[in-house]
Ligand binder design. Structure first.
Ligand code: ATP
Length: 564
C-alpha cells in the first residue's frame, strides 16, 4: 500500500497541505467530517497511527495528540472523525486493509442512540431525586436485599436497583461479528466522557472484553479503561491481580471492583443451566451494586451479549432481558431476531395485561423475586451494522483470545522513549520518530503448589430428576454439581489449563454450606495458568500475575487452555 490521501474536505485538506510530507512507508489520510479510516492489521503485525490535525476517536475513545502515536497490533478497528482530521499510518505495506469511508450512517445512528440514553439518564436522575414518575410503584416497599432464594434459576431477580431512579439498561444483541462489542465500547465511552458511571456487562464467554475467555463479568467503567490503546485490543480490562484485596468482590454492593464469574468454556451453549444461573447472579449483583448509588443507577448498564442467537442462544437473550431488567434492546443488523423479540415482547405485554386484570379481580400479579412489580416492557430498537465491521475467522479469534490471557498476566505493553527536542516542541514541527523500548506492565511469577494443597473443582451439569436424589442431598437439587478432582487424577492433561481462583469469601461460604452455587456464583479472585504438572513430585507450577500466595487454593477447572 502506498502513501495516499483520502476523503479530503477543504478545511482539513488545507491543514494537511501545511504539514511536512509524510516519510517513506507512511500513508497520510485527510478525512472529511463524519468519515472513518478502517484498518485491518493481521496477526503479529503492528502499525502506528498519528493524529496530525483535527480530532478523531477509536470506538468513542479520543485519539491522543500528535506526540503520542497510537500503536495498534493484530486488530481491526475504525478511526472516526466528527469534524475532520489528518492521520498518518505507518507500516502500511503489511496491513490487510486500510481505507477511508464516508459510509458512516451507522455511527450517526449510534450517537443518536447515545443521545436517547442520555435523556433517559437525566430523566432517571430527576425521578430518583424528585420521586414519583412512571418507572415504579410509588407505594411499593423498598426492595429487600437479595437472598439465596433470589438466585433461583428462574430468570427473575429480586431486590436492589431503585425503580424510579433506574437509568437505561441496554442489551446489545445480534449475530457474531455484527459490531456489538464495538457499539458497547462506543456507548460507554460517550457516557463516561459526560461523567456518567455506567456498568459494562459482558456475557460472551468466547471472548469477554472484561476478563479472560471463559468468563461472564460486570465492571464499572472508569476513564482509564476508555483509551484508544485499550479500545484497540479485544479486551478493555486493565490487568489481573489475584489477591484478595484487589479482586472481584463476591458480596459488596458498593465495590467498584469487577465481578467475574467462571463459566469455564468458550461455548455459551455448552452448559445452559450454569450460564442462566450466572446471568441471574450477575443481575442480582448489579441490582445490589446500583441500589444506594443514585448516579450509577441512573447511568445504567450496557450488556454485550454473545453472538449465539439461535435456539438456546435466543433463550439466553430472553433470560438476560429478565435477569438484568433490560429497558432497551438494541438489535444490530438482524431483522429476524428483531422480529422474534418484537413478537415475544408483544406477547409478554398481553400476558401482563391479563395478569393485571386477574390481580384486580383478586389474583396475584407478576412477581419478580420477592416483590410484586409492574413491569415496563423494554424498548426494542433496530440499528444498522456498520459497513466496517469485519468477520474474524477462527484463527484470528484464537489469537485474540490468547492475547487477552497474555494481557491479563503481563498487562499492556508500555512503550517508552526519551523525549527529544523536537518531540516536545510545537505540533508544527515534525516529531522525531521515537525509538521505542517496550516492557510489560506486570511481572507474573510462578507459584509451586503441591497436589495436597490445592482443591481442583470441575463444574458439571446434572439432569437427574429431583425425585431420584437422596433427600439429604441439599447440593444435589442444584442443577450444577461441583466435582472435586482427587489428587490421584491430577495429571499432565491439566498442563496449560486456565484455572479460576475462588474468592476466599465464597470459599468460606461454600465450606460452611456445602452448596456448590456458593462457589460457582461467588465471584473469582483471579486466574492462574498451570505451567507444569509434575506427577512424580505431586506438584504443579502455577503462573500468577503477581507474587505472593494465592487468595485461595480452591481452583475451578474448565476447558480453557493457554500456552505462551
Ligand atoms: N467500523 C469498523 N471498521 C472496521 N472494523 C470494525 C468496525 N466496527 C467493528 N470493527 C471490527 O469488526 C470486528 C467485529 O466487531 P465486534 O467485535 O464489535 O462484533 P461482535 O458483534 O461483538 O462480534 P462477536 O459477537 O462475534 O464477538 C472487530 O474486530 C471490530 O474491532
Amino acid at each position: 500500500m502506498s502513501s495516499s490521501s483520502s476523503a479530503t474536505s477543504s478545511g482539513i485538506g488545507n491543514a494537511a497541505a501545511n504539514l511536512p510530507p509524510p516519510s517513506d512507508g507512511v500513508s497520510r489520510h485527510s478525512l472529511s467530517p463524519e468519515s472513518e479510516l478502517r484498518i485491518e492489521i493481521p496477526n503479529g503485525v503492528s502499525c502506528t497511527v498519528t493524529l496530525r490535525r483535527g480530532t478523531a476517536e477509536l470506538f468513542g475513545a479520543e485519539l491522543p495528540p500528535v506526540d503520542r502515536p497510537l500503536r495498534l497490533t493484530s486488530t481491526k478497528v475504525a478511526i472516526y472523525t466528527w469534524h475532520g482530521c489528518v492521520l498518518d499510518v505507518t507500516n502500511v505495506d503489511r496491513l490487510d486493509i486500510l481505507y477511508a469511508s464516508d459510509e458512516t450512517d451507522a455511527n450517526v445512528a449510534y450517537v443518536n442512540t447515545h443521545a436517547q440514553l442520555e435523556a433517559m439518564r437525566d430523566d432517571a436522575l430527576a425521578r430518583g431525586v424528585g420521586g414519583g414518575g412512571r418507572g415504579g410503584d410509588d407505594d411499593a416497599a423498598p426492595p429487600p436485599p437479595p437472598t439465596d432464594d433470589d438466585d433461583d434459576d428462574d430468570g427473575k431477580c429480586g431486590g436492589g436497583g431503585d425503580d424510579r431512579g433506574r437509568g437505561p439498561r441496554v442489551l446489545l444483541c445480534g449475530p457474531a461479528d455484527s459490531g456489538k462489542s464495538s457499539l458497547a465500547r462506543i456507548l460507554v465511552a460517550y457516557a463516561v466522557k459526560l461523567g456518567r458511571t455506567p456498568l459494562l456487562v459482558d456475557i460472551d464467554p468466547s471472548q469477554n472484553m472484561l476478563s479472560v475467555p471463559g468468563t461472564l463479568a460486570v465492571s464499572s467503567v472508569t476513564p482509564d479503561m476508555v483509551t484508544p490503546e485499550s479500545y484497540g485490543t479485544s479486551s478493555v480490562m486493565t490487568g489481573g491481580t489475584p489477591s484478595s484485596s484487589s479482586s472481584s468482590s463476591s458480596s459488596s454492593s458498593s465495590s467498584a471492583m469487577p465481578l467475574v464469574l467462571w463459566y469455564g468454556s468458550l461455548d455459551p451453549t455448552a452448559h445452559p443451566d450454569l450460564y442462566k444461573a450466572q446471568l441471574t447472579r450477575l443481575g442480582s449483583a448489579i441490582d445490589e451494586r446500583l441500589s444506594g448509588d443514585a448516579d450509577a443507577n441512573a447511568s445504567g448498564i450496557v450488556v454485550n451479549a454473545s453472538g449465539t442467537i439461535e435456539d438456546v442462544g435466543y433463550q439466553y437473550l430472553l433470560h438476560a432481558i429478565d435477569a438484568f431488567r433490560i429497558g432497551v434492546i438494541l438489535v444490530l443488523g438482524h431483522d429476524r431476531l428483531y422480529s422474534m423479540l418484537g413478537t415475544h415482547l408483544k406477547k409478554a405485554l398481553e400476558e401482563e395485561g391479563k395478569e393485571k386484570s386477574t390481580t384486580m379481580m383478586g389474583g396475584v400479579g407478576r412477581r419478580r423475586g420477592t416483590t410484586t412489580t409492574t413491569t415496563t416492557m423494554p424498548k426494542l430498537i433496530k440499528l444498522p451494522r456498520s459497513g466496517g465491521v469485519s468477520e474474524r475467522d477462527q484463527s484470528f479469534r484464537r489469537s485474540c483470545r490468547s492475547r487477552d490471557v497474555r494481557r491479563y498476566f503481563y498487562g499492556d505493553v508500555v512503550f517508552s522513549s526519551a523525549p527529544t527536542r523536537s518531540d516536545v516542541s510545537s505540533s508544527s514541527v515534525v516529531p522525531v520518530p521515537p525509538v521505542p523500548t517496550s516492557r510489560h506492565r506486570f511481572s507474573p511469577c510462578l507459584i509451586e503448589a503441591s497436589f495436597s494443597d490445592v482443591r481442583l473443582h470441575r463444574l458439571a451439569s446434572v439432569s437427574l430428576s429431583a425425585s431420584l436424589l437422596p433427600i439429604s442431598a441439599k447440593q444435589s437439587t442444584d442443577p450444577i454439581q461441583l466435582v472435586t478432582i482427587p489428587t490421584s487424577e491430577i495429571t499432565t492433561r491439566y498442563q496449560h489449563a486456565v484455572l479460576a481462583v475462588c474468592h476466599p469469601g465464597a470459599v468460606g461460604r461454600y465450606e460452611r454450606s456445602g452448596v456448590a452455587r456458593d462457589l460457582y456464583l461467588g465471584g473469582v479472585a483471579g486466574f492462574v495458568v498451570v505451567e507444569k504438572v509434575d506427577v512424580d513430585a505431586g506438584s504443579m507450577s502455577l503462573l500468577s500475575p503477581c507474587a505472593g500466595s494465592l487468595p485461595s487454593f480452591h481452583l475451578l477447572v474448565g476447558d480453557v487452555f493457554w500456552m505462551e
